[in-house]
Structure formats: C-alpha cells, structure tokens
Design a protein around this ligand. Structure first.
Ligand SMILES: [Zn+2]
Length: 360
C-alpha cells in the first residue's frame, strides 16, 4: 500500500494511466493549457470501466486541492492495483485523477489562478462576490504583501487572534471562502475554473444512464491525524442519510451546519454535483483525512501563499516552504500513510457493498 504514493505529479499520472489501462478501462486526458516544473503538460485524467450494469456508478476523485492529490492519487492507484490482483467491483467506476493538476504539480492547494476550486462551484444565481465580515480584518495577518522574512511571529499573532475570537468564528471567517482578495487564501475566483468547465461539459456523459451514484472526493488537512470524516456540504435526504449510517456508521459523517471539524464553505464541489440532477440518487461525500493541527496548517497555508506571490521562486527558502507544505497535506510517516490508505480502501469497499446491496 505504501508503494501507491508517488513522489510527484508526473509519476502519479503515469502510474494512474498504467493501472487503469491494466484493468482495461477507458482513459481520457484533458489538458488545462499549462505546464509543470519539468515542462510537462498538465492534464486532468479520467479513467472509467465499462462494467455492467451501468445504472450504479462509483466515482472517486482526487486532487481538487492540488497538493492533496499526493494522497488522493495514492488511493486511486492502490484501488486499481488491488482490483487488478483480485477482481474489480461489479459496478461501473469513474475515477477523476488530479482535478487540479497545477496545484498537484507545483505543490499548491489552489489552481493556476490562485483559486481554491472547492470554493468555486457556485450555483446559478450565486455571485462571485463577497467575503466573510472578519476576513478584511484578518487579511493583513493571513496574506502579507511582502517577501517572507526569517522572523515572522505568525503563530503568536494567530494565538492572540484565537484567544480573542475563538477557534470556530476564526475558522468560519477564514475557510468559508472569499471572492474579494485574489491573492488571498481561500479565494473562490471570479468565474468558473477550468475544472468546473470540464465537469460541466463532461460529467453527464461519464455518468450516462446512472440511477445511483456514490461519489467520494478525497482530501487531507482537516481533522484528527489519520482519522477520516465525510463532510457533506448539502442537505442530505433521509434516504442518503440512512445509506451513510448503514454503510459507514453514524459517526462517519458531518452534515453542513453541524458543529465539529467542518464549516459552511461556499462553492463546494459536492453541492454542485448533487444539484445537477445527473442521477435520481447522487450521494457525494468529501472524505477528509487529518494530518497536522490547525495552527500548523494555517501557518503553512499562509507561508506557502506568501512565498508564491512575494518570494523568489528559485530560492532555497521557497523550496523549503513548498516541501513543508507537501508534508502538511501528505505526511511522509509510514504509519500515517498505511493507516489512511487502509481506511480509504475499506471505505470504498463499503461503498461498493452498499451500491450492490451486499451490506452485511
Ligand atoms: Zn481539500
């Protein structure tokens, strides 16, 4: 299972393509018109099986948040390799690999335009405008407009802010998404991204004739280390809730508006997918795996964003910041990697059992 992790985007993509091809899946590569650090063309890759019946579909997506794709891609490769050595599930599968290849290749969470893709999927009638009230007062702290310096008392200032504001309001102010600070953290963009356009054009084709879709979207960086929570950013129907409880357990998920690790983000992929009525039943869950603590994560997000916009791209300190950033979203520790892959494979097996009606 540890071997499913790739050292870089290009290797991950090659391995994904080879593993899907070995299972006889169809493959598509969609260029985003940009290149990676080695000059490689960046693509979103789709692999899908032709298994019958076509009415039940398992969708697994990775890399919405670029750098989190190191983990999500490993889940996809581990599943494909496992199924090649045992047998693939008796349902159609659609794997969306590296939905944000720019962030994956360049070790960013956001895309080539500094857009957080999971804040970009607004619904018709919603506008790419606005920011939480407190974001303006946090802007200077979160998004310094100067090159990184050796001494940056961010942790001290962050602790001070938390002491005065509380963790939950602060998290709400920062992480729900903003549309006013294009170089800031959690920027949702000024219009649909390439990722959104690609899904808008193709998702209905990939899911053609489906009646029931289960879509697991793999992320890291939030929650207890190596633990998984399904975050649901839309209102679950009673039936969807019952499936989640039956298949994964009552503690496995958090719906929007609830207290816990989640927050009410705007522009999430899940709500957008579900709202499109592509299948009578579309169950979407963001599978979020914890890595490091909240202050470490926020500090790393801030440093990487500052280095990207204001630092010297070829300096050793920018390279160090990037490597730290990768570690924050895909820890190198074998214990973490083994645990998250094993959990992910188990969750997917449960989803398959649920879809095929074989829950014991
Ligand atoms: Zn994420």
């Amino acid at each position: 299972m540890l071997t499913a992790f790739s050292p870089d985007y290009a290797t991950a993509r090659r391995r994904f393509r080879e593993a899907a091809d070995r299972l006889g899946w169809s493959l598509e590569a969609h260029s985003i018109g940009s290149t990676g650090p080695e000059g490689e063309e960046l693509t979103i890759d789709i692999g899908y099986s032709a298994a019958e019946p076509p009415d039940k579909i398992l969708v697994i997506s990775s890399g919405v948040h670029g750098v989190e794709g190191f983990f999500g891609s490993a889940v996809q490769i581990a599943l494909l390799e496992l199924w090649a050595s045992t047998s693939p599930p008796p349902i159609r599968c659609v794997f969306l690999h590296a939905l944000n290849p720019f962030g994956f290749a360049w070790l960013r969470r956001c895309d080539e335009n500094n857009v957080d893709p999971n804040r970009n999927f607004l619904l018709p009638g919603e506008s790419y405008q606005g920011a939480p009230l407190q974001y303006a007062s946090l802007d200077k702290l979160l998004n310094p407009r100067c090159p990184p310096s050796r001494w940056e008392p961010f942790r001290l200032k962050a602790f001070w802010k938390i002491a005065r504001t509380g963790v939950s309001p602060l998290r709400h102010a920062i992480a729900t998404g903003q549309y006013e600070y294009p170089q800031g953290l959690f920027y949702g963009g000024a219009g649909p991204t390439a990722m959104q356009n690609l899904l808008e054009t193709n998702l209905d084709r990939w899911l053609a004739s489906s009646q029931q879709v289960v879509h697991l979207d793999f992320h890291t960086g939030l929650g207890r280390q190596a633990a998984c929570k399904f975050l649901i950013d839309y209102q679950l129907s009673d039936r969807q809730r019952a499936w989640l409880v039956e298949w994964f357990g009552a503690d496995a998920f958090e719906n929007c508006n609830s207290e816990g690790v989640a927050y009410n983000a705007r522009g999430g992929l899940g709500r957008w997918c579900v709202s499109r009525n592509l299948a009578p039943d579309y169950l979407f869950a963001c599978a979020e795996f914890g890595t490091y603590g909240q202050i470490s994560m926020l500090s790393g997000l801030r440093s990487e964003n500052q280095s990207h916009h204001w630092g010297n791209p070829s300096s050793a300190s920018t390279a160090r910041t990037k490597q730290k950033f990768k570690e924050l979203f895909c820890p190198a520790a074998e214990s973490w990697r083994l645990s998250v892959i094993n959990t992910s494979v188990d969750l997917v097996a449960r989803a398959v059992c649920g879809l095929t009606g074989n829950i014991s």
